[in-house]
Write a protein that binds this ligand. Structure first.
Ligand code: SAJ
Length: 436
């Protein structure tokens, strides 16, 4: 590749312009990180509303404050919905969603649209990097052909790499700077340039031998979580039958200083990654006549958890002479995990919907989620006060936001069903826990 030195030089002296397609929970923090490190950044999003908010310095991402945005926008970071400007950046990072379709198959439509938009403006010497979580082979089999429709050739006329995002929403400890960044290029120059780029924002950059290794690394990380959460959800159900506390077992296993990593049971698995990404791998494996039984089984176990918890709540009420139908149930926390304002695939929300469908009279509180839809009704988050807790026949801790005062909740509630193990250490015959 003849013009590698030119792009390498522009990356080193920060005169390169960085393009980010997809200004969501992955793209916007990355755009800000590159802008903070001294690059001019051009953000692209098909939703002009997001582009306008970025240009006005108004953040719509939980983990990004408007203050952080204003510090770089509009001087260093600008955003646009005009995809025809994709000829301007020297580097383009694709950070678009990779959801599942209605039939739970990989939906690469966002990746394909982004690749086609780039192909229309692709310039010689540009570096294109896919960051979205996907199955091994996507960059080579889907992105590359779409880009080469431009008539330019990957590895000869333009650079191509895959570098998975490793954003953990709500994680205050790990961010772009201190999370190692994995990079795999289609050939040596692409890998080296991507390493040079990410070295400006991440303390550690890890080059690997191919784009497929980088793709498999990321999807394996998420599948690892998916399978281990399912394992602990299964163990929780067995512990309940055996009259053993799964929480005490996990806390005790955690004393082992090596060879063990704690995962915790819950009402199921939510978010836009863990419940979905492993299906990308399972689907690709079928092309190799290979069935990923662990992934399928884990999916079944995790998907069943909201139903299992519903039956446990029904039993807990029943043993107190109360039918679930007509019972007043107060659900605390409907976000997919604690301290995030996101209900995508949320198991706590699914649990609430199941309780509602069984005839429970639902109220909920979630400081991050102002309203939810239950069937045809829209419910607003109620105040977490004595009145609402004492009036409920059962208070369900669905997602244990840090702001919840568990002692107060237990004291004020007739019955607490704890899906998250946060009442451990608190005694009371009004507490029933998942996994006990
Ligand atoms: N959960 C459990 N038990 C556990 C851990 C999680 O029930 O022991 C549940 C959570 O409540 C939540 C779901 O699983 O509903 C997913 O939680 P998560 O924190 O594993 O996943 P995300 O999607 O919020 O963030 C993840 C990253 N999380 C961590 O590494 C801790 C990581 O898996 C990915 O980097 C990231 O998504 C991504 O974008 O892929």
């Amino acid at each position: 590749m003849k013009n590698k030195p030119e792009l390498a030089q522009k990356l080193a002296d920060k005169t390169a312009v960085i393009g980010i397609i997809g200004l969501g929970y992955v793209g916007l923090p990355l755009a800000i990180a590159f802008a903070k490190s001294g690059y001019k950044v051009l953000g692209f999003d098909t939703q002009s509303k997001k582009a306008n908010l970025v240009n006005k310095g108004q953040s719509y991402i939980d983990d990004i404050s408007s203050k952080e945005l204003v510090a770089v926008s509009p001087k260093r970071l600008q955003a646009t919905a005009d995809m025809e400007r994709l000829n301007e950046p020297d580097v383009i990072c694709i950070c678009v969603p990779t959801p599942l379709s209605k039939s739970r198959e990989p939906d690469l439509s966002h990746v394909i649209h982004a690749s086609k938009d780039i192909a229309k403006c692709l310039q010689k010497g540009q570096l294109v990097i896919l960051e979205s979580t996907t199955y091994p082979g996507t960059t080579k089999e889907v992105v590359l052909p779409a880009l080469e429709k431009s008539g330019l050739k990957a590895g000869r006329d333009f650079y191509l790499a895959y570098s998975p995002e490793r954003v953990d929403p709500g994680n205050k400890k790990y961010g772009i700077k201190n999370t190692p960044k994995v990079v795999g290029g289609i050939e040596k120059a692409s890998t080296e340039l991507a390493v040079l780029l990410y070295s400006q924002v991440a303390d550690t950059v890890i080059p690997v031998s191919s784009m497929a290794v980088a793709e498999m690394t990321k999807i394996f990380e998420n599948t690892f979580r998916h399978v281990n959460i399912a394992l602990v959800n299964e163990i929780a159900q067995l512990c309940e039958k055996m009259g053993i506390s799964v929480w005490e077992v996990i806390d005790t296993a955690s004393t082992k200083p090596f060879g063990y990593m704690p995962f915790y049971p819950g009402p199921g698995v939510g978010g836009h990654c863990i419940p979905l990404d492993p299906s990308y791998l399972a689907s690709k494996a079928k092309e190799y006549d290979f069935s990923t039984r662990f992934i399928e089984l884990a999916g079944e176990i995790n998907t069943r958890m909201p139903h299992y918890v519903t039956s446990r709540i029904m039993e807990a009420l029943d043993s107190r002479g109360k039918a679930l139908k007509g019972a007043k149930v107060l659900v605390l926390g409907v976000a997919y995990k604690k301290d995030v304002a996101d209900t995508r695939e949320s198991p706590a929300l699914k649990l609430t919907q199941l309780l509602d469908a069984k005839g429970a009279i639902i109220k909920y509180n979630d400081p991050y989620i102002p309203s939810i839809t239950l069937g045809k009704n829209v419910l607003k988050s109620v105040e977490l006060n004595e009145e609402n807790m004492s009036r409920a026949d059962c208070t369900v801790i669905g997602t244990a936001h840090t702001s919840y005062n568990i002692n107060k909740i237990v004291k004020a509630s007739k019955l607490v069903f704890d899906c998250r193990g946060v009442t451990r250490g608190i005694s009371g015959n009004n507490i029933v826990r998942l996994g006990e």
